[in-house]
Design a protein around this ligand. Structure first.
Ligand code: DX5
Ligand code: ZN
Length: 215
């Protein structure tokens, strides 16, 4: 299981030292970009993402919770992230956008809110390299995990079949559910509240989560 800590749950004013404390146990850094429209909350944008990039070599996992992602996505190309994921609910042009992202050498990912069925991405499955299943409604870290995500993860895994498509889970993931998520097919887990703010360092938490994922 790869772990992608969401810095939304970290003390953003202490980001530099938090990034310095991460090590090779941390596979990705999850960046939750919120525009105040697609979700009512505002978080941060490409400027903060650029600063994160300048302080770490850990690959970036960009999660855009924004309307009209076709306008926002290109702002993140220069960061050369591992993947850029946008919500299927937010655009009428997912194929064009996914192809544009892939042309940049970046993995295009599609995110599904809890209320959006996996069948929604069936027609465009060959265009994408990652499916992100939300297990909370987007907007906040620290929410309770929605069990409905398990079936959707299994469905997404089955739909992906032999294609090189990563399955990512996001929302309410912790030590107690990470093994079940791994069993359902999650290869990349976003972890916010369960990674930051505890007695252990975020890197230690990531190590413990990986161990828990193996059971
Ligand atoms: C929710 C974000 C998540 C969130 C995860 O809108 O997309 O990435 O920060 O945080 P936890 O793990 O606390 O739910
Ligand atoms: Zn996220």
């Amino acid at each position: 299981m790869k772990i992608s800590p969401s810095i939304l749950a970290a003390d953003l004013l202490d980001l530099k030292s938090i990034l310095k404390g991460l090590d090779s146990r941390v596979d990705f850094i999850h960046l939750d970009v919120m525009d105040g429209h697609f979700v009512p909350q505002l978080s941060f944008g490409e400027r903060v993402a650029e600063l994160v990039k300048s302080h770490t070599d850990i690959p970036l996992d960009v999660h855009l919770m924004v309307d009209q992602p076709e306008i926002e996505v290109p702002k993140y190309y220069k960061l050369k992230p591992h993947n850029i994921t946008f919500h299927i609910e937010a655009t009428n042009f997912p194929v064009r956008l996914a192809r544009e992202i892939r042309d940049q050498g970046i993995i295009p990912g599609i995110v599904l809110n809890p209320g959006t069925p996996v069948s929604r991405i069936e027609p465009i499955i060959d265009e994408i390299g990652l499916i992100l299943i939300m297990s909370v409604e987007p907007g906040f870290y620290g929410q309770k995990f929605l069990e409905l995500a398990y079936d959707k993860i299994r469905e997404a895994r089955a739909l992906a079949g032999d294609r090189p498509i990563l399955i990512e889970g996001d929302g309410g993931i912790n030590q107690n559910n990470i093994k079940s998520l791994a069993d359902a097919g999650v290869q990349m887990a976003v972890v916010g509240a369960a990674c930051f703010g505890g007695p252990e360092s975020p890197a230690e938490r990531v190590g413990l989560l990986k161990k828990a994922a193996q059971g």
